[in-house]
Design a protein around this ligand. Structure first.
Ligand code: DOR
Ligand code: ZN
Length: 437
């Protein structure tokens, strides 16, 4: 296999940055240091560029099996690679749902040899499949939907507590935290008004109080059972504050769309920004940035959940929830760095080091000797408008289209191989299933 030397870039870690050369061979980082000069290697001039570990997105919906009209691994993993994401963990709300060892094996077979980036596959909890989950091998965790979302996998009440009792302690519990009764109550109230529901009603139906109610309940359960949990896509400042009171036990993620879109954007985007949990008001949007700066948010994950334009063009009640995001997570964060809202070190912590550490992913998330050569080279001077024509996800649209962003991935290496360079994805599938240590 080719030996590669990335020469003279600014190598980033959460602790700091330094100008250094990075040498890798056979998919592994061999050495990081000054003036390296190994023999017979391809030398890539990285002067003036940022060299960062590939981003790890622990929350994506790549839709296979069952949603191939919306997305598939070829498109979605190309989108990931072009956005500097080198590892993704895929959610279980497929058709069929990934709730037993058989559906898990089928899904694994679908992905094998068809991904440009590395991956892990979650299982889902349906209230009666603890044994299947406990017998699964090499899963990043189990997803529990406390309310119905795409796929209607919601479990409630006594089933929720059963998770804590029945799932083996070594398996990470990840929650979609919204309260179904609260949502249904709000829906009834709005329906009673007798008018047609529109996209912006989504943020009222699935109101902030429904998310906070469930997050409080989950934090209490974590404490009662002394069991760590992870809360997905936190969308309100109040939840971030609540979770921070339980920081020993409860970790959380925020999605890029909750940091960039608000209820003010329904007018432009309508159902295209219908997602669960929904966009909030600008106070929460800024509150989440504050929480991020205060270290209350452990990581950023995209909840990449594409749907076709045709589906999104349906009337509000029928239009599915979810937005694509995997290719824009890093550009959005890099743009925040350009605007001096974040540092590169913070970005590296939020999307590389912390995900690797929290999920115990083997040999990922750092540019250090012995780690996998999953690396993204970034041009912080590159300013580019993102358009639908740039979208690599199969859905072909993005809520970020039309935006100007400064700071872009220009090269992405996965397992030591170049998979993305300046707009083009190499036609080879080098992604492997990750391991957990
Ligand atoms: O908006 C969402 N879309 N939230 C979810 O929980 C699921 C996701 C999807 O799969 O479409
Ligand atoms: Zn999701």
């Amino acid at each position: 296999m080719k030996k590669i030397l990335l020469k003279g870039g600014e190598v980033v870690s959460a602790e700091g940055s330094m100008i250094a050369d990075v040498f890798f061979e056979d998919g592994k980082i061999v050495e990081v240091g000054e003036s390296l000069n190994p023999e017979n290697c391809e030398v890539i001039d990285c002067e003036g560029k940022i060299v960062m570990p590939g981003a790890i997105d622990v929350h994506v919906h790549f839709r296979c099996p069952g949603g191939e009209q919306k997305e598939d691994w070829s498109h979605a993993s190309a989108a990931a690679a072009s956005g500097g994401v080198t590892t993704v963990f895929d959610m279980p709300n497929n058709t069929p749902e990934i709730v037993d060892l058989e559906s898990f094996a089928v899904k694994k077979e679908i992905i094998e040899g068809r991904s440009h980036v590395n991956y892990g596959i979650y299982m889902g909890y349906n209230g009666k499949n603890s044994d299947e989950i406990n017998n699964a091998k090499n899963i990043p965790g189990v997803k529990i939907y406390c309310a119905h979302s795409t796929g209607n996998m919601g479990v409630e009440g006594e089933f929720l507590e059963k998770v804590f009792k029945e799932i083996d302690p070594g398996i990470k519990l990840l929650f979609h935290s919204e309260d179904e009764d609260c949502i249904q109550g709000n829906l009834e109230k709005l329906k009673a008004e007798g008018r047609e529901l529109t996209p912006s009603d989504h943020s009222k139906i699935r109101g902030p109080e429904c998310a906070l109610k469930m997050t409080k309940e989950l934090c209490q359960l974590a404490k009662k059972h002394e069991r760590p949990i992870h809360i997905c896509h936190v969308s309100t400042e109040a939840e971030a504050e609540e979770i921070s009171k339980y920081s020993e036990l409860v970790t959380c993620e925020v999605a890029p769309h909750h940091l960039t879109l608000s209820v003010d954007d329904y007018q432009k985007w309508g159902n295209y920004i219908k997602m669960n949990p929904p966009v909030r008001d600008s106070k929460d949007l800024f509150g989440l940035w504050k929480a991020l700066k205060f270290g209350q948010i452990d990581l950023i994950a995209t909840d990449h959940a594409p749907h076709t334009r045709e589906e999104k063009e349906k009337p509000y009640p029928e239009a599915p929830s979810g937005v694509p995001g995997v290719e824009m997570m890093l550009p959005i964060l890099l743009n925040a760095v350009s605007a001096e809202g974040l540092s590169l070190e913070e970005v590296c912590k939020l999307v590389c080091e912390k995900p690797a550490e929290l999920f115990n992913i083997k040999d990922k998330g750092r540019i250090e000797k012995g780690y996998d050569a999953d690396i993204v080279v970034i041009d912080m001077d590159l300013e580019k408008k993102f358009e639908d024509k740039d979208v690599k996800s199969k859905c072909g649209w993005s809520p970020y289209s039309g935006g100007l962003y400064q700071g872009w991935p220009i090269m992405t290496y996965v397992n030591g191989l170049l998979v993305y360079k300046e707009g083009e994805v190499a036609p080879r599938y080098v992604g492997k299933e990750v391991s957990f240590s």
